[in-house]
Design a protein around this ligand. Structure first.
Ligand code: WT7
Length: 650
């Protein structure tokens, strides 16, 4: 909880302009308070009404069944299909020819799909999956670049009731293998490649490598490959097939599979405080209701918006706020394949001007990078179409917030700083843009139905401004329903920290005198690097799997751009030298084991790591060393005090 000093003294606040407020769906505190109160006092009435706005195939009998807590069941008895919520419901009326996805590739190629066209493409995709024998309940891994076919693949799985498990394109072969094995996936959808920083990322090759060592490949009968970059790919007859070849053989008629509200829609793996990623399980009804309402209210969505969430569909932000939430609302969504500085650092601003983007949802790490790249890249473009800005993924520092507001938003666009997680499925805390006078760095207020509380380490409620552990008191529709294949870990991780079925997200928080919430960062061994969640244990096990490494400890240190950076402390096997070559070898090894996103920014070598007399690595102390701080912690329990001096390079 290192952020507390930074935010304690922040007392600026920015109310929405009269112009914004005049058109906003929620435009007064009274209006927010009234709906919030109802959502807390009568959650079933509140969520039942919201759910009725979705097209159900069969109506639900009960809004919430919490009798099997902590596993909630929402909208029991109801049947629906997530792809039909996103597509079919828009076909009858004015949205039929409205643009659903407006996509631009990194090289500048543009393709757009109307709702009618996207519906047809998804039906065809779904028929290809069926043709390959994929059925309701089967798990399908998706490892793709940010191309429209990624959204189609996700929706096609949903259409036939297959459970998708999207794996971010930056993960390595062994990370794919772990996820495919854990989920017992029977098929993988990939692409020959994707464009990233002017180069082809050869995704199919990585999938081949993941499947090359037996194990997972046993269950995978199909690797379906979309052609994007036309680079040569390896081929395994019988298992591998080209999407475009099969698509030409099927028709575009594919009725949506009626799914139970509590049928699993997808798995998405995320890191926890152990070495093994968790397959977070989301179901259909509650997730769709949650993402539908949050998208509509938090982004104050209007019919003519051109909405752009810059996340990758490989993360939860892309699932909820590129695919399901916006499409359920019939929005026009921009999707971009490439890097924000390719071919120039003004690429985002060029895209906003070119496509007339009105709502931009991005991450603090990106905002800080733009600041560093310089205002001149922003100044070249007219950003006058923007009316609302969003931030997600990590705490945003007030300086970046103010820059975002002034430089990108021209001082006129409200900023919604949205706090949530892979596990929560949708936004949990946020200002409402037409209501709240936002404070730079605060995620402000709970969304409807969310009942947060802050506890101290003894489990006592914190009523002052001191800060403590955040917990959520009530179930909400888009909450996770489990960890795939590990109900014990589900209970242990999220529901055992506090008494009485309270959800523990693993974040620290502070509530100020005005009732605004400030997220203080993770309180567990989870790092947040550029808004990507990484487990210190996972990186440590990758390091010790290298024959040169004896022991490793990984901590986060503050970084101006990425929020946190990975700092590894390593002791090597006898006789080996911790020089720059060794550092490069080990960094490459971690990238190979997990993915480039986990590559340490810094590796420090020592003969031994600081441990207590009982043999526990003293991480807090290492955090101070990594941050270049004077070690203030009591070192009397330390086994060998000289270790610290060596690590500090003295
Ligand atoms: C963790 C969740 C939510 C989608 C992207 C990340 C941190 C997220 C904020 C925010 C402060 C934030 C938390 C959370 N986080 N949004 N607006 N302010 N912190 O999803 O990988 O599941 O990570 O990201 O620490 O626990 P995720």
């Amino acid at each position: 909880m290192t952020q507390i000093d930074n935010v304690l003294h922040e007392n600026r606040s920015f109310p929405p302009s009269e112009e914004f407020r005049a058109k906003a769906r929620y435009s007064s505190e009274e209006q927010y308070e009234a709906d919030y109160r109802r959502s807390i006092d009568d959650p079933e009435g509140f969520w039942g009404d919201v759910a009725l706005e979705l097209p159900w195939i069969e109506p639900f009998d009960q809004v919430l069944d919490w009798s099997d807590a902590p596993r909630a069941q929402w909208f029991t008895g109801g049947k629906l299909n997530a792809s039909a919520v996103c597509l079919d419901q828009h076909l009858g009326g004015a949205r039929a020819n409205k643009t659903a996805i407006l996509w631009e590739g990194e090289p500048g190629d543009v393709v757009s799909y109307t709702y009618t066209e996207l519906h047809e493409a998804v039906c065809r995709f779904a028929n290809v999956l069926k043709k390959r024998g994929i059925q309701k309940g089967d798990r399908v891994a998706i490892y793709m670049p940010m191309i429209p076919e990624l959204a189609m693949a996700v929706l096609a799985c949903a259409r036939i009731g297959a459970i998708h498990s999207v794996i971010f394109g930056g993960f390595s072969a062994s990370s794919i293998r772990d996820r495919v094995e854990d989920g017992a996936c029977s098929a993988i959808i990939t692409a020959d490649g994707g464009w990233r920083r002017g180069k082809v990322l050869a995704l199919k090759d990585v999938v081949d490598e993941a499947l090359s060592e037996g194990g997972a490949s046993g269950g995978v009968h199909t690797v379906l490959t979309v052609r994007r970059t036309e680079n040569p790919v390896g081929w395994t007859e019988g298992r591998d097939c080209w999407y475009h070849e099969l698509a030409a053989e099927v028709d575009a008629d594919c009725p949506p599979e009626p799914m139970d509200a509590e049928d699993t829609l997808f798995l998405l793996y995320t890191s926890g405080s152990t070495g093994k990623p968790k397959g977070i399980q989301h179901t259909t009804g509650g997730y769709m209701v949650g993402t539908y309402l949050t998208t509509q209210v938090v982004f104050d969505l209007r019919e003519d918006d051109v909405y752009w969430c810059t996340a990758d569909v490989g993360w939860i932000t892309g699932h909820s706020y590129i695919v399901y939430g916006p499409l359920a609302n019939g929005a026009t969504c921009v999707m971009y394949e490439g890097a924000p500085n390719q071919p120039h650092p003004g690429r985002f601003w060029e895209l906003i001007e070119k496509h007339g983007v009105t709502v931009l949802y991005t991450a603090p790490t990106a905002i800080r990078a733009f600041m560093r790249w310089g205002d001149e890249h922003v100044d070249k473009h007219d950003l006058g179409s923007l009316r609302l800005l969003g931030s997600v993924g990590e705490p945003i520092n007030p300086e970046a917030w103010i820059w975002y507001r002034n430089k990108i938003g021209g001082g006129r666009c409200p900023i919604v700083d949205t706090w949530w997680q892979t596990e929560t499925g949708g936004i949990m805390m946020t200002p409402l843009p037409g209501v709240h006078a936002t404070k730079p760095g605060s995620c402000m207020k709970p969304f409807f139905g969310i009942d947060p509380v802050v506890f101290d380490s003894d489990g006592e409620e914190v009523t002052g401004e001191g800060g403590g552990y955040l917990a959520i008191r009530k179930p909400w529709p888009s909450m996770l329903r489990g960890i795939w294949g590990d109900s014990e870990r589900f209970r242990e991780t999220y529901w055992s920290r506090f008494e009485g079925n309270l959800y523990f997200p693993g974040d620290g928080a502070r509530v100020d005198a005005d009732g605004c919430t400030w997220i203080l960062g993770r309180v567990d061994d989870v790092l947040n690097v550029s808004g990507h969640r990484l487990s210190t244990m996972e990186i440590e096990s990758a390091l010790v799997s290298h024959p040169s490494v004896c022991e490793a400890a990984v901590v986060g240190r503050p970084d101006e751009i990425t929020g946190q950076a990975i700092c590894a402390f390593v002791s090597l096997a006898a006789g080996l030298e911790g020089d720059a070559d060794m550092e490069a070898v080990l960094a490459a090894h971690v990238a190979k084991e997990i993915g480039k996103l986990a590559r340490p920014a810094e590796i420090r070598f020592a003969d031994a790591l600081p441990k207590t007399r009982s043999g526990k690595i003293m991480r807090r102390l290492l955090r101070d060393v990594a941050a270049g701080k004077e070690v203030t912690q009591d070192t009397t329990t330390l086994e060998d005090v000289s270790v610290i001096e060596k690590l500090q390079g003295r």
